[in-house]
Design a protein around this ligand. Structure first.
Ligand code: G6P
Length: 481
């Protein structure tokens, strides 16, 4: 089997560099071991990009990383436009933030078609393609248009919302129809999968029977594959990281004070404003906690060219200044706010140094920070995870302290509970979470998706029987050229 993994953002195997987003961090170790080719954006654009525009192909573990310059004329409309100003907000149930034009949609489709043409370079009879995330909903359909019969799977790293919510995305119908070109469509949670199935049933009038849907394009299977982490690898990394200079400096700076930690991209789905408000409330409700605990919030700037993101960055800076100004003292700040990224190694060490992990998104596909925080803990003296019930990770990590991120007082009380939790209870909760993490590692996720993709095609045949191959644009979608 020759596996080709495709995502917009890829990661490079440099242990000391920060990585952006859960997808890249999660895929790196498994792609390295699997011998797959990982294809993604080089981060650069090129005028008149052609199918030969692979900027670099480099070794990655036993496989390779193939980086593609995307077409300059369409990159903005694709990435900042349709992917991150229509799909991302809708997938996270923030349709109020949708801001796109028809040109953005056209650019999104052009980049999907461009990627499909570029992938032809890796087409062999034995190839299997695995497409990642919302940037490439229509990529499978474009590949089928080029005659590809090989197995093509798709995994969505974000949530899939209720049907009324996704209907807020312009062209939602043709995009979901295009997704049915995939043989296997994977989701993080059963709720996401059910939301998608309901859309198929009620908006597209299709029968979904035991997760199998037959459309005029062939047969696709819907299934849930909760993504995991390399639990033991991350635990070992956290232990080793104790001697890293950044981690030692953090520990020394605490002078016996306890630490809560949050690590997020600056994104409105992450609930950062509510989290800072909860710490504000905590110090109002229990002033005796001042100087005994502070929050280290690592807030990596993200998608800064989009107004919803740049204004959130500004709002957070102001909020942190306000909270520190009111509760801080000459030698103490309640919130240490760092607008930059750190390597996985340093983060592992930071997690282990923190008595509380706060992961409080308003909506999140999985959230691997929650899983990494747990894996990084010292088994004898583990910290407590405060976790939003709206993160996919809450399904497995149900012995964390689960919170509603909209309930600021409730979060403040839960953080106080975490700080006073006895060691026996901390250990009990932590062991239960570790057992869940070990039962579903990133290696299991990868292997089970690939096994399902292989059996899906073996059982039900290629997604597109040749008689049914028809360009998607011929079935009612608008023509742009
Ligand atoms: C989320 C998405 C990923 C994305 C990451 C970082 O985790 O699911 O697909 O790569 O955010 O976002 P960025 O836009 O910087 O790639």
């Amino acid at each position: 089997m020759d596996l080709v993994v495709v995502s917009n953002r890829v990661a490079r195997a440099k242990a000391n560099e920060p990585m952006t987003g859960g997808l890249a961090a999660a895929l790196l170790p498994v792609v390295e071991k699997s011998g797959a080719i990982w294809v993604g954006s080089s981060g650069r654009v090129r005028d008149n990009a052609t199918k030969d525009s692979f900027a670099e192909i480099e070794t990655l573990g036993t496989g390779a990383l193939a980086l593609l310059d995307l077409p300059a004329a369409h990159y903005g409309g694709y990435y900042e436009g349709f992917a991150n100003s229509a799909l991302w907000p809708a997938l996270h149930s923030r349709t109020d933030l949708i801001k796109v034009s028809q040109d953005d949609y056209q650019s999104y489709r052009e980049v999907n078609a461009f990627m499909a043409r570029a992938l032809m370079r890796f087409r062999k009879p034995s190839a299997m393609f695995w497409i990642q995330d919302y940037h490439f909903l229509a990529l499978g359909a474009e590949m089928r248009d080029l005659g590809v019969r090989n197995p093509i799977g798709f995994f969505l790293h974000t949530p899939w919302p209720a049907r009324r919510v996704i209907s807020g995305v312009p062209h939602h119908r043709e995009l979901v129809e295009a997704m049915l070109a995939y043989d296997l469509i994977g989701f993080q949670t059963d709720d996401d999968r059910e939301n998608f199935a309901n859309y198929l049933r009620l908006d597209l009038n299709l029968d979904v029977d035991h997760g199998v849907v037959t459309s005029r394009f062939g047969t696709s299977r819907l299934a849930t594959f909760p993504i995991g982490i390399d639990v033991d690898g991350f635990a070992a990394q956290a232990q080793r990281a104790a001697s890293h200079p950044d981690v030692s400096r953090l520990r020394k700076s605490l002078h016996g004070e306890r630490l809560a930690i949050g690590v997020d991209r600056v994104d409105y789905s992450k609930g950062l404003v509510n989290r800072i408000s909860a710490f504000d409330r905590l110090f109002e409700m229990q002033p005796s906690l001042k100087r005994t605990v502070s929050l280290l919030q690592i807030a990596t700037p993200s998608r800064g060219g989009i107004e919803a993101y740049s204004s959130l960055q500004d709002a957070l800076s102001k909020q942190v200044t306000d909270v520190n100004g009111r509760h801080g003292e000459v030698d103490w700040a309640p919130i240490r706010y760092l607008s930059k990224g750190f390597s996985q190694t340093v983060l592992a060490g930071f997690y282990r140094a923190a008595q509380v992990g706060v992961v409080t998104p308003l909506h999140d596909g999985m959230n691997l920070v929650a899983k990494e925080y747990v894996a990084a803990q010292n088994p004898i003296d583990p910290g407590v995870l405060v976790l939003s019930k709206f993160a996919g990770a809450a399904n497995e990590l149900d012995t964390a302290l689960l919170v509603n991120p909209h309930d600021i007082d409730g979060m403040a009380r839960t953080i106080a509970t975490a700080l006073s939790m006895p060691a026996t209870e901390r250990r009990m909760r932590w062991e239960a979470m570790m057992a869940k993490l070990r039962a579903g590692t990133i290696h299991d996720w990868f292997a089970s998706f690939i096994a399902a993709l292989e059996t899906t095609q073996a059982r039900i045949g290629p997604n597109l029987p040749s008689a049914m191959v028809r360009p998607l644009r011929a079935v009612g979608a608008p023509v742009f050229h």
